[in-house]
Design a protein around this ligand. Structure first.
Ligand code: BTN
Length: 248
């Protein structure tokens, strides 16, 4: 999928959720391919699995990108993985070699989350499929609320001693995303697998089972391929993998 050379911006000082604004623009028929809904503050930011996404005004890069790929829409995991890889590329280029990814779409510095990605759609069928790719990247935070820290370690660019203007960061993400969305799926998925920085021995969870084994591959068609301790190869389609982590 190709992106235009620059995005079309829709800006808000404050809004409920940029994902919601983007989905509304699509429903209203006004949305453009490559439109970015951008805000300083969200009153109802949302994360994966029904969680909320909380950030104080001006502390984060908060945006939602609209993709209208036409009839040749890539599968949803391709878009999610391309976005993860674009943010990963940019943070590495900024001089953060400890950047890595966590299944399915968290960006970490070592073990601390710095960016979350939420892909939403209200229709992939028919002639006008769409994706909304929401990105929340921690920029200025010097500390985080106790309820966030209780869930997991978190960090920000400032805590990593980096100060980057929001528009420069967004420009860089946009440029990397243009390349990543256009990349062939096999190469993209292979790089994603490396960016997960998992050891050989992993555990995988679906809604109904937990598997252990060595990670053989992550592929567009077969999904996650494991070799279980009894020597069998098992493939789990990407949409069924709830967690993929080190087996420690
Ligand atoms: C997650 O890690 O759970 C995903 C978080 C995604 C947050 C971003 S912030 C911009 C966009 N608007 C939202 O309401 N959510 C996404």
């Amino acid at each position: 999928m190709q992106l235009p050379s620059s995005p079309h911006f829709v800006r808000y000082d404050s809004t409920d959720s940029t994902n919601e604004r983007a989905l509304e623009a699509i429903a209203a028929g006004t949305a453009k391919h490559g439109e970015i809904h951008l805000t300083d503050f969200q009153t109802d930011g949302r994360g994966r699995l029904g969680r909320t996404w909380v950030a104080k005004p001006g502390e984060s890069l908060l945006f939602s990108l609209i993709l209208l790929p036409g009839e040749t829409a890539p599968p949803q995991p391709h878009v999610t993985i391309a976005t993860c890889m674009a943010v990963f590329d940019v943070l590495r280029e900024l001089g953060l070699p400890a950047t890595r990814l966590k299944w399915p779409n968290d960006v970490l510095i070592e073990d601390a989350k710095i960016c979350g990605i939420l892909l939403e759609t209200r229709g992939l069928e028919g002639a006008n499929p769409h994706f909304v790719v929401g990105v929340g990247l921690n920029l200025q935070q010097e500390e985080f609320p106790a309820e966030i820290l209780a869930e997991r370690p978190v960090t920000s660019l400032r805590l990593q001693d980096l100060r980057v203007a929001r528009h420069e960061l967004l420009d860089s993400i946009w440029n990397r995303l243009r390349t990543r969305l256009d990349q062939d799926a096999r190469g993209l998925f292979e790089e994603y697998r490396h960016a997960l920085a998992l050891p050989n021995s992993v555990q995988l969870e679906t809604a109904s089972e937990r598997l252990e084994g060595s990670l053989v591959a992550i592929e567009p068609d077969r999904g996650v391929v494991l070799e279980t301790p009894d020597g069998q190869r098992k493939s789990v389609a990407l949409e069924f993998v709830r967690a993929l982590s080190a087996n420690d």
